[in-house]
Design a protein. Structure first.
Length: 130
């Protein structure tokens, strides 16, 4: 129960800012939406109790000037490894959190190498927004 409350608290804080990424919580629905809209699938894997995960959510995906443009180019899905969400774990397997994946939704292949742990604003603005 504490884990659910913590996740809801983090998500509330992320969504309470005006310029935030539009996170989806269901991988399969996000994949279909990305395919239907010809957008990149952005997958962020996090885990409970991860200070770096919270930092990335707050500093990289909230209140940044590139958020509106990013929302137009990607469908973002936030996956917490602690929960029983359905996603291809073998494709997104990692032991480092947070990890960010950029995926072509048509064939579920990586557009670039995943970014592990130290995800920065420059990673987002430099890769996706070119």
């Amino acid at each position: 129960m504490k884990k659910i409350i913590l996740l809801l608290f983090v998500l509330f804080n992320v969504f309470s800012y005006s310029d935030t990424i539009s996170w989806r919580g269901d991988y399969d629905k996000a994949l279909v939406e990305a395919r239907d809209n010809d957008k990149i699938l952005l997958v962020l894997l996090v885990k409970n109790g991860c200070k770096q995960c919270n930092k990335v959510l707050k500093e990289v995906f909230t209140g940044q000037p590139y958020i509106k443009k990013l929302n137009k180019k990607v469908i973002a899905v936030l996956i917490n490894k602690e929960y029983k969400s359905s996603y291809p774990i073998e494709m997104y397997y990692t032991t480092v959190y947070p990890t960010l994946f950029f995926v072509n939704p048509q064939n579920e292949t990586f557009i670039r190498e995943p970014i592990y742990k130290n995800i920065t604003k420059d990673d987002i603005s430099g890769i996706i927004l070119k």
